[in-house]
Design a protein around this ligand. Sequence first.
Ligand code: NAD
Length: 273
Amino acid sequence: MKEVILNNGTKIPSIGVGVFRVEDANIAYETVKTALSVGYRHVDTAMIYGNEEAVGKAIRDSGIPREEIFLTTKLWNDDQRSGKVEEAIEASLKRLGMDYVNLYLVHWPVKETYVSVWKKMEAVYKSGKAKAIGVSNYQTHHLADLLEEAEIIPAVNQIECYPYLSQAATIQYCLERNIRPEAWGPLGAGKSDILTNPVITEIAKKRGLTPAQVVLGWNLERGVIVIPKSIHKERLTENLKCTDFELTDEDMTRISALNKNLRLGADPDHFNF
Ligand code: NAD
């Protein structure tokens, strides 16, 4: 399993399994159990996904030592607005049945609180309930504001990122400041034709890879962690193999040129949840 080292020395596997929109507890449980059985050691959930209990149980039942698994969960916007950060992580840990998470992320940059919430995140880190803290969906201007006040630099910024939304500027900004970028929706979230795009399918065919492996490999090569979601064993296995190869500079350039700043999810500057 390929790993990268976060800015506080914590190691994180460069691919994890995401479990957004896996609300059914049995499916969430089986997905995480299967992912761990085929070799994943990194799971990405959130309070708002409604599956922390199932995720935690699957990890506990897997027989894999807790210290070998990297688990992320996230602070939901309502808890950010109310300022109840400590209560929120406590509640997440209770649902997960764990005494720490590896990474706790501020899920969205809520306009009024995206800077002030960070002090409370730092307190969570200092309490040991999260081995690393970070943010999600922060644009460079949100990060710049946060960094002016921060004592601890966010370890991660998890953002929507796939070839039609390459996020080049945000990724460069993060890497230059030792904030590790992480891609959500790396396969186009099941809403995009990216996996049948001729550039992607041609590179896949030429290299004996699948389109999913090509788009995941493109992000990894740029220093971006990926957390593709699948509930199927074959796809989980297929996606995990994106760490086995390197793309050529020419292929990287061709894939990056597909960018059209096309968001499939909410705009971090204009969301209403
Ligand atoms: P994704 O890009 O991972 O796409 C998932 C979909 O791609 C699947 O539902 C399936 O339809 C398809 N798929 C998976 N493997 C495939 C394969 N090998 N070949 C063909 N199709 C395949 O989208 P996502 O689930 O939105 O994002 C991944 C994870 O990121 C989530 O599960 C969640 O953990 C996280 N996420 C975070 C945020 C955030 O705001 N921080 C938002 C959305 C998602």
